[in-house]
Design a protein around this ligand. Structure first.
Ligand SMILES: *Cc1c(COP(=O)(O)O)cnc(C)c1O
Length: 367
């Protein structure tokens, strides 16, 4: 072993040595349906406006550490009542980390359900916080991947988690949990409950209206899935009492000058983004119908901009699609409940057609 690697082995925490770096596959030349991105750019006139805003930006200066105008836009969009505030993050991933760091006293627990967004567990590991994952239900049929309320409440009672994350809709399963079950969890939780609404634009429900009812509730959103994944901008809303504390942990310049300006411009035109989301919802329904009628495919219904489906041999299908120029996400091996599962992001109608015909081809070849 080289002197550097033996020093690294002694110096780096063992749980970090054991981690695999978050793998982002090479997508050059492929139709990219793996990362829940919006397939559309905004219209050219708006891109021209963005170009002139960017041209005039003061990138020689540090960004505004507290961008009031952008936060005010978000307040208005969400119709946030008095006493509630907005915390901006470099993507919502950064906010998950801030929240975990803020409550990570010795022995504190971060609880979520499984399978869900992998960053909850990863960030707990990064900062040395104990993580508890409660399995979702797996009965076949429409209640697949629903909350197991009894065992979740049991785990809350037993573990007294300081922090609970629920993705609503859930990733990678795409479903919305029962609203009433989530309320029971918020009621029972001794600590903070964060509802992660990364896919709010594609879903039929939100917990933002519940913020005033629960002192321990926060709602997190991101603009990533709505067409701004490249900007890295997420936000957390809830009582100023919580956000004031979290602000202290935020690195002062976490959101750069350009993301601030571009996000302001895009939010002035929020309607354009919501129209794109509506189109994606229509295309999701069409894609779902095609997958439902395909032999050898079991597809789950979704309130997000992706669909989860199961095949006989996910890795063979994933590779076959890739050979045919389509990149989706292989979830096989990630979690036992996701055996032979694949996740496809809804693309443009043309991309979806290419995906479907590549899938038909692949399944035909692999059986
Ligand atoms: C994509 C995703 C995020 C991460 O969003 P960023 O703002 O891009 O960091 C958070 N939560 C869930 C459930 C997601 O699927």
């Amino acid at each position: 072993m080289s002197p550097v690697s033996s020093l690294a082995k002694t110096l780096i925490r063992p749980e970090i040595l054991a981690l695999h770096a978050y793998h982002v596959p090479d997508c050059a030349g492929l139709i990219k349906l793996d990362a829940m991105e919006n397939p559309y750019l905004v219209p050219q006139p708006l891109r021209d406006e963005i170009a002139s805003v960017v041209a005039a930006a003061h990138i020689n200066r540090y960004p505004d550490p507290n961008p009031h105008a952008l936060k005010e836009q978000i307040r208005l969009l969400l119709e946030l009542p008095e006493g509630m505030d907005v915390l901006l993050g470099n993507g919502s991933d950064e906010l998950i980390q801030l929240l975990a760091m803020a409550v990570n006293k010795p022995g504190a627990v971060l609880l979520s359900v499984e399978p869900s967004f992998v960053m909850y567990k990863m960030i707990a590991t990064f900062i040395g916080m104990r993580y508890v994952g409660v399995p979702l239900r797996t009965n076949s049929g429409p209640s697949d991947f629903s909350l197991d309320l009894i065992s979740t409440l049991d785990a809350i009672h037993r573990e007294q988690p300081a922090l609970i994350f629920l993705a609503y809709p859930n990733n990678p399963t795409g479903n919305l949990f029962s609203h009433d079950d989530v309320r029971r969890i918020i009621d029972a939780a001794p600590g903070l409950v964060v509802i992660d609404e990364a896919y709010y634009a594609f879903a039929s429900d939100s917990f933002v209206p519940q913020l005033t009812h629960y002192p321990n509730l926060l709602v997190m959103r991101t603009f990533s899935k709505l067409g701004m994944a490249g900007l890295r901008l997420g936000f957390l809303v809830g009582s100023s009492v919580w956000l004031e504390q979290l602000e202290k942990l935020r690195l002062p310049y976490n959101v750069g000058v350009l993301p601030q300006l571009v996000a302001e411009k895009l939010l002035e035109n929020h309607g354009v983004l919501l129209q794109q989301a509506d189109q994606i919802k229509l295309d999701r329904a069409a894609l779902y119908q095609q997958l439902v009628s395909m032999a050898g495919v079991e597809v789950y219904s979704s309130e997000a901009n992706f669909l989860l489906f199961r095949v006989a041999n996910a890795t063979a299908v994933f590779n076959g699609l890739k050979q045919r120029g389509v990149l989706i996400k292989n979830l096989n091996g990630g979690h036992p409940m996701l055996n032979n599962c694949l996740r496809v992001t809804v693309g443009t109608p043309e991309e979806n057609e290419l995906f479907i015909s590549a899938l038909q081809d692949t399944i035909h070849q692999t059986v």
